[in-house]
Design a protein around this ligand. Sequence first.
Ligand code: AHG
Ligand code: MN
Ligand code: MN
Length: 336
Amino acid sequence: MERTTLVQHIRQEERTVPGATGEFANLMNEIMVAAKIISNEVNRAGIGEDILGLTGETNVHGEKVQKLDEFANNTFTTIIRRSGSVCAITSEEFEDPVLISPNEGIGKYIFMMDPLDGSSNIDVNVSIGTIFSIYRKKSKGQGVTNEDLLQRADQQVAAGYIIYGSSTMFVYTAGRGVFGFTLDPSLGEFFLSHRDIKIPHRGNVYSVNEGNTSDWDENQKRLVEYLKTPDTDPERPYRLRYIGTLVADAHRTLLKGGIFMYPRDRHSPMGKLRFSYEAAPMALIFESAGGRASTGDKRILDMTPTDIHQCVPLFLGSQMDIEIAEKFLSHAESCP
Ligand code: AHG
Ligand code: MN
Ligand code: MN
C-alpha cells in the first residue's frame, strides 16, 4: 500500500510554490519532530518519571502551570529556535516574545504557539493538543517589531494543530486545503489520513461550556436555547458535546460540522481564548475547510491584535451554523 508521509506531503506542496527556499518545509519538519516527542511523553504519562501534576508556577494569565505545559513549551521552543527558520517565537507560556539571536541562525518566520492546550484534561486522560501559527517577518531590518508580531490574521502563512487523542493527529493548512496526518506509533511516522478536509455545510452539534450560562448576555442565552429547542427542522434539537480542550472540540466540529463557541461573559468581557495562538490559527483552518470563524459579529481573519496575549470571543463551525449564531448575537429581535 502506498502511503504519503507528512514529510513527503510538505515537500510535494513546496514544489508547487515558485521560489520556495525550503525554509518553510524545514520549519514544518521541526514542528513535526516536537509533536512526536510530546505525543510520546503524553502516552507515557502516569508511568516512569512523574510528568503529571503542577510545577508550582503561575503563567502570565494567572493560570497554574502543569508539568506537561512546561515540557511541551520547552520542547517546542528548543527545537524551533534552533531550526534556523524563525526570528521570533511567542507562546502562551512566555510573557514576552523569544527573539532569536544571529548566532543561533535567524530565519524569516514568526512562530506562535499554545504548546499544550486543554491543561485541565491532562491528569484525567482526556484529549489535549498543541496549536501553532506561522507568519512571515514583515518589517525591514534585523529586529522584530510589532509589525511582525501583531499582523492581521489573514496574513498567516500556515496554521495547524496536533491532537493527542485516541490517536495522535497533525492537522495543518498552508492556505491550500486542510490535511490531516495520523501518527503510526509503531513506525513513528505521520501518514496522510484526511485529504483536503471539508467541514459539512451545517451540523447538529453545539459545543460550549454551558456552566457559564448565568454569566452570558441575553443574545447568547437565546442562541443556545434556540439550538436545543425541538422543531420541525430535523437538525434541532442540536446535541451537546463539550470536551474543554479547544483542539479536541474544534477537531470534532471540523470533521462533523456544527458550532463551537467560547463567548464573552461577565467574568471575561473579551472572551477566554487567545487571539494569536488559539483563535487565529483555528480561523485559518476552518475557512480553508469551507467553514467560518467569527467573534459573533466580526470575521476573525479580518482582525489585527493589539497585544500578543489578547483574548477574543470565538465561534467556529459550519457556514450555516455561524450564520445562525451571528443573527442571534447581532439582532436578537429579528432571530429566526
Ligand atoms: P489552555 O489549556 O491552553 O489554557 O486552554 C484551555 C482553553 C481551551 O482549550 C478550552 O476550549 C477552554 O480553555 C476551556 O475552558 P473552560 O474550562 O472555561 O470551559
Ligand atoms: Mn489553550
Ligand atoms: Mn495552553
